[in-house]
Design a protein around this ligand. Structure first.
Ligand code: KG4
Ligand code: ZN
Length: 338
């Protein structure tokens, strides 16, 4: 009989956009989750420059992986499984993490699991709340995606709607760029909007031509740019904080409007929030309020687990392994941008 090998340590790598991250999990529990953000590198350009992002991943990845191992108190030969984000994301960035983890898995003859970045964002809420009950509705709001999912049971993701144009985070980033506030826009807008009057500027909720749960943010962006021009708003204007608070408010409302309608149709017992924009306090508060109004449980990951991190990638990989997904070293594993 073959000797039964105990699987204990998992190393996860995430390089889908502009964070280089590595995490070590012991029996599915996150022991280290190192995140190196490239925000400063991209800030002068008002957005992520793909070519710079992949070069920076190349420079940082071995250090970040070493750091994650050291913090977890484990060495590379002890790792039993490797996990890596396969997509969606920037192709050059994805390939850095993918090739790096393929190299390690090949050298140590260990299995490698490819993970979908969006599913990993949805998994983040489960890291701190493994007890989440199903069915659940999950709202994913990041720089690249704004999507609503129905989760009938663990690891099943039914896409109900997605953005037809800009993602919510992308929209915040573009408005910040236009006002010369730097990148990423979400955190700087949140800071400046904190004491603003969210009712001062009026925005209409986007109306979709077709019924369903798709989102659209390009109309809001155009409306925001019109208000900026009409009121000659800039980074120093006295009404800037009111404008940004009003804008945050309408972004949150348009996201939650869809969730509200989906609650009626899908009758979930839990609401899950994920993605970088889920760090936003106004959105977190409105989301929890919506859950409370509907007598549902709301699960919002702590801020560090909202933005891109390898911990969520590892957590999802561990669940897939536990569910019995075939474990193999697939050197054909490819990155996908969309
Ligand atoms: O999930 P994420 O780290 O990367 C993607 O997968 O896209 O999300 C990044 C997005 C950016 O658009 C950024 O502006 C936004 O998350 N973001 C925020 C906040 N922190 C990050 N948006 C609003 N409020 C924040 N505090
Ligand atoms: Zn992300």
């Amino acid at each position: 009989m073959p000797e039964k090998v105990e699987v204990k340590w998992l190393l996860a790598i995430e390089t889908s956009c502009d964070e280089t991250s590595a995490a070590v999990l012991e029996q599915g529990q996150i022991r280290s989750n190192i995140i190196l953000s490239q925000d400063e590198l991209h800030s002068p350009y008002g957005g992520v420059v793909p070519e710079l992002a992949s070069r920076q991943h190349l420079k940082s990845i071995d250090y970040i992986v070493s750091e994650s191992l050291e913090r977890a108190g484990v060495s590379l030969p002890e790792i039993d499984i490797y996990a890596v984000t396969q997509g969606p994301g920037l192709i050059g960035s994805l390939l850095v993490g993918l090739t790096f983890s393929k190299g390690l898995a090949y050298y140590f003859k260990k299995p490698l699991i490819g993970i979908d970045h969006l599913e990993a964002h949805l998994e983040a809420a489960f890291v701190e709340n493994p007890e989440i009950k199903f069915p659940a509705l999950a709202l994913l709001v990041s720089g690249g995606h704004s999507s609503l999912y129905f989760l009938q049971r663990p690891l099943s993701y039914q896409l109900l709607g997605k953005t037809r144009d800009d993602a919510a985070g992308e929209c915040l980033d573009k408005i910040a760029k236009f006002l010369g506030l730097g990148y990423p826009g979400g955190p700087v807008i949140e800071k400046l909007a904190r004491n603003g009057n969210g009712k001062r500027f009026h925005f209409s909720l986007p109306r979709m031509k077709k019924p369903g749960y798709d989102f659209s943010f390009s109309g809001l962006k155009t409306a925001a740019l019109r208000i900026i021009r009409e009121n000659s708003l800039d980074g120093h204007h006295p009404e800037l904080s009111d404008f940004l608070a009003s804008f945050e408010e309408i972004v949150a409302r348009s996201l939650l409007d869809n969730v509200s309608r989906a609650i009626v149709e899908f009758q979930p017992v839990s609401l899950i929030l994920g993605g970088g924009v889920a760090r936003n306090d106004r959105l977190r508060t409105r989301f929890s309020q919506l859950a409370e109004d509907n007598h549902l449980s709301a699960y919002v990951p702590s801020p560090r687990l909202c933005t891109d991190n390898a911990g969520m990638v590892g957590a999802l990989a561990w669940k897939k392994y536990k569910k019995g997904e075939a474990l193999k070293l697939d050197l054909e594993l490819d990155a996908y941008p969309r």
